[in-house]
Design a protein around this ligand. Structure first.
Ligand code: NAP
Ligand code: ZN
Ligand code: ZN
Length: 348
């Protein structure tokens, strides 16, 4: 077994603190990655606070992992020692159900995907622990290649925020001629702006934070709407083909559904602890739709990394020391992050 250093939440809502545990010895198809950086996703915070129920403690969060391959099992084909590699939100799945066969492992129909943390390791049933740690052991099938020439710290958030926004934009064929609104300019939101703009869409940011306007434009947004301003919201009524909803807090969905055109779609990505109310009239009057999307499959995550490399898209980050993680959570709750915290694992 491989002694591993980490930060963990010992119990729901407790502050994160240093924690030691052991990773499994390498199986034939495993790679051992020395973690250089790990992004901080709002899902980490939801789960540390057990806001979705069913959280396992102690919890080592972190599913935006990048680093360098340190060792490989004897059957590993696609990685060698020294390669830059990434791990996102899942580390395994059943591999045989229709969704897994189609490369949509996040929708695995039998066992469900095995979360990078908060899951159970296949074969041993031991808890999985995430990327707020110095190393991780993952089957190469669930490991991503990081294209050369990118700033590794700024790549980390692509492993969740990047793929979670890229996947629905691809699924719904977003491109030139589409008007796309991004609701909430945080970690997911800022990647949605960059990726949708790179795909050729006209992008509007819908934000509660007037101070984010200049950043939104710099990220590639064409318009900016302050959602607390009733006049601005009214002026944007019936105007979008898609709203990418990344808000992490309870929200009055009806107020935003009115911004969709006829046949427009709101895609839910954010997972607030409380379920939203959806008045039927906010949909039926204009045949509007509400959809949802969960991260992306492994092949699509690789495609996203290659797309981001081709367009030179990376996350805008604030690099932090791991001892500052609890303070970072407090700032994230206030929407005060530009636009993703990334932990420098050298500080562990
Ligand atoms: P984040 O960085 O905290 O960004 C969320 C943004 O939502 C904030 O920056 C803020 O933007 C806006 N917001 C926050 N509270 C609000 C409120 N009360 N009313 C209106 N807007 C509010 O979070 P994130 O990491 O991007 O994650 C966002 C959500 O997506 C979380 O719920 C997370 O769990 C979920 N998620 C889902 C998936 C998936 O597969 N579907 C994957 C990853 C994360 P403004 O300041 O611009 O208003
Ligand atoms: Zn995430
Ligand atoms: Zn499956």
């Amino acid at each position: 077994m491989l002694p591993t250093k980490a930060y963990a939440a010992p119990a729901a809502r407790a502050p994160l603190a240093p924690f030691a545990f052991e990773r499994r010895d390498l199986r034939p198809h495993d790679v051992l990655i020395e973690i250089a950086y790990c992004g901080v996703c709002h899902s980490d915070l939801h789960q540390v606070r057990d806001e979705w129920g069913g959280a396992q403690f102690p919890m080592v969060p972190g599913h935006e992992i990048v680093g360098y391959v340190q060792a490989v099992g004897p059957e590993v084909k696609n990685f060698k020692v020294g390669d830059a590699a990434g791990v996102g939100c899942m580390v395994d799945s059943c591999r045989t159900c229709p969704s897994c066969q189609e490369g949509l492992e996040q929708y695995c129909e039998t066992t469900g995907m095995v979360g990078t943390y908060g899951g159970r390791e296949p074969g041993t049933g031991r808890p999985t622990y995430g990327g707020y740690s110095n190393q991780v052991v993952v089957d190469e099938k669930y490991t991503l290649r990081v294209p050369a020439g990118l700033d590794l710290a700024r790549v980390a958030p692509l492993l969740c925020a990047g793929i979670t926004t890229y996947s629905p934009l691809r699924q719904w064929g977003v491109g030139a001629g589409h008007r796309v609104a991004v609701l909430g300019l945080g970690g997911l939101g800022h990647m949605a702006v960059k990726i949708a703009a790179a795909m050729g869409a006209e992008v509007t940011v819908l934000s509660t934070s007037p101070g984010k306007e200049a950043d939104a434009k710099a990220l590639g947004a064409h318009q900016f709407v302050v959602t607390k301003d009733a006049a601005q919201l009214k002026a944007a009524a019936n105007s979008f083909d898609f709203i990418i909803n990344t808000v992490s807090a309870p929200l009055d969905l009806a107020a935003y559904l009115g911004l969709l055109r006829r046949d427009g779609t709101m895609i839910l990505l954010g997972v607030p602890p409380e379920a939203p109310q959806i008045p039927a009239f906010s949909l039926i009057g204009k045949r509007r739709r509400i959809a949802g999307s969960l991260i992306g499959g492994i092949a699509e995550t690789q495609e996203m990394l290659d797309f981001c490399a081709a367009h030179n898209l990376m996350s805008d980050i604030e690099l932090i020391a791991i001892k500052d993680i609890n303070e970072a959570y407090e700032r994230m709750l206030k929407g005060d992050v530009k636009y993703r915290f990334v932990i420098d694992m050298a500080t562990l």
